[in-house]
Design a protein around this ligand. Structure first.
Ligand SMILES: Cc1cc2nc3c(=O)[nH]c(=O)nc-3n(C[C@H](O)[C@H](O)[C@H](O)COP(=O)(O)OP(=O)(O)OC[C@H]3O[C@@H](n4cnc5c(N)ncnc54)[C@H](O)[C@@H]3O)c2cc1C
Length: 402
């Protein structure tokens, strides 16, 4: 740990973590950043990013070593996602799905047959995974979902229409949240893993979006898709909401990953603005000489560093095999989303007219992080959770709350 005159930084990175950060930055600078504008302009899947991440063996870092992965946790996932997000959020989100999406859920909550079948793909990057929770009538109010299993011999048939499935048009498998027989409300909600080549699965379309244009959000239809008992990730029973709570809690991995991408993207925008301010002359001074603009940089840094600290606390509290705690996760996600919005917006302002131009990267970053403020649970839903917990007397873990 790095020594500090007044103590020790509890979040200082180990040598291995620093090496991982450097590797991620090298790949991001070499393979992600140069193509980021291209994926955005052409709205094409960032295949070259995927290939580079796969070649660097970064896609499987959180998959268990037994299946060929790196066996790392939320701290390392956040480090890599921050570095990738700094270069291109459309590409980073692919790694997010691999680190904090279905593979992690299979590892923690699944059965051995499912692990043997799918985790080697996750470890090597042989296949992308996606997650189907949202429906057109059930986004924040996920308890209104209609996706349903009906009994079929030893297994089930799945009928569902999932909306906004990131990477659903390219993925090998989808983790689908659905109702088990006789489910009502949150009781009886569980999840199954679906091979997307199975009969009855189709991609009904992809959304045309403001940002994150390299990675599409798909609408996936599941018509009478056969589900074997070993495809069940979490069983739902009609008399209990426990499975639903388990699934919701597991989303904390994804929320921390979302926060990490926002912090990385905002870091990239801040660095770009600082570089521009040093070069851009207005009369005989540079922009960096104006105190009013220095204050903007100070405000951007204050928000960014605050969010970074909240994220570090959340992922450190997860421990090597655990899940980031809910309140700390909600604080980190909301803070990182809002910091990224603020920082990217101010970066555009600091570049003046060029900030508004698609020839410069900051407007793209702003459009990209805007989607992250909605995905993985909106800012408002995080604040609902924070507000009710704090009003109910709950404090975040650790000593930071006085
Ligand atoms: C880039 C991106 C990627 C996504 N990827 C996935 C994915 O891979 N898989 C998946 O399943 N889904 C995904 N989603 C969907 C996402 O989870 C939902 O869009 C989100 O949960 C909000 O649901 P909604 O769009 O139906 O909005 P609504 O729930 O209709 O909400 C509309 C607005 O009302 C607010 N609101 C709703 N309820 C409350 C409340 N009780 N209190 C206060 N405010 C409230 C919301 O915060 C929002 O501002 C993605 C979305 C985006 C933008």
């Amino acid at each position: 740990m790095a020594a500090h005159p007044r103590g020790t930084n509890p979040f200082a990175e180990t040598d291995d973590q620093q090496a991982l950060r450097q590797l991620a930055r090298d790949v991001a600078d070499r393979a992600l950043a140069p193509n980021a504008r291209h994926w955005d302009e052409t709205e094409t899947f960032p295949q070259a990013s995927w290939d580079a991440l796969r070649e660097a063996e970064l896609l499987g870092i959180t998959t268990d070593e037994r299946y060929g992965g790196g066996g790392l946790g939320d701290i390392e996932a956040a480090i890599v996602l921050e570095e990738l997000g700094r270069a291109d959020v459309s590409s980073a989100i692919l790694a997010q799905l691999m680190f904090n999406g279905p593979p992690r859920a299979i590892q923690h909550l699944g059965n051995d047959t499912m692990r043997d079948r799918w985790l080697p793909l996750a470890a090597t990057g042989a296949g992308l995974f996606c997650i189907g929770i949202s429906e057109s009538e059930a986004g924040s109010a996920v308890n209104h979902m209609r996706a349903r299993l009906t009994p079929d011999g030893s297994g089930f048939r799945l009928n569902a229409y999932k909306n906004y499935v990131t990477g659903g048009h390219k993925a090998a498998a989808c983790l689908v949240w659905c109702r088990f027989p006789d489910s009502i409300g949150t009781k009886g909600i569980g999840a199954v893993l679906v091979d997307l080549t199975a009969p009855g699965v189709s991609c009904a379309g992809t959304h045309v979006k403001m940002g994150l244009r390299g990675t599409s959000e798909a609408e996936l239809a599941f018509d009478d898709v056969r589900i074997e008992p070993e495809d069940v990730l979490v069983w739902g029973t009609p008399d209990s909401s426990d499975s639903f709570k388990t699934l919701i809690a597991h989303i904390n991995h994804e929320r921390c990953g979302n926060a990490a991408m926002c912090i990385g993207a905002a870091q990239g925008a801040l660095e770009y603005a600082i570089g521009y301010m040093s070069d851009r002359a207005v009369g005989n001074r540079t922009l960096a000489d104006f105190q009013g603009l220095q204050w903007k940089i100070a405000d951007m840094t204050i928000r960014l560093e605050g969010a970074r600290l909240l994220l570090q606390r959340a992922v450190h509290l997860a421990g090597p095999d655990g899940t980031p705690p809910p309140l700390e996760t909600a604080l980190a996600k909301a803070a990182a989303n809002e910091a990224a919005k603020f920082v990217c917006d101010e970066a555009i302002q600091l570049l003046g007219g060029y900030g508004f131009s698609r020839e410069y990267p900051v407007e793209r970053v702003y459009r990209d992080i805007r989607g992250l403020c909605i995905g993985a649970g909106t800012i408002e839903i995080q604040k609902n959770f924070i507000g009710t917990n704090v009003l109910g007397g709950t404090k975040p873990s650790g000593d930071a709350w006085r």
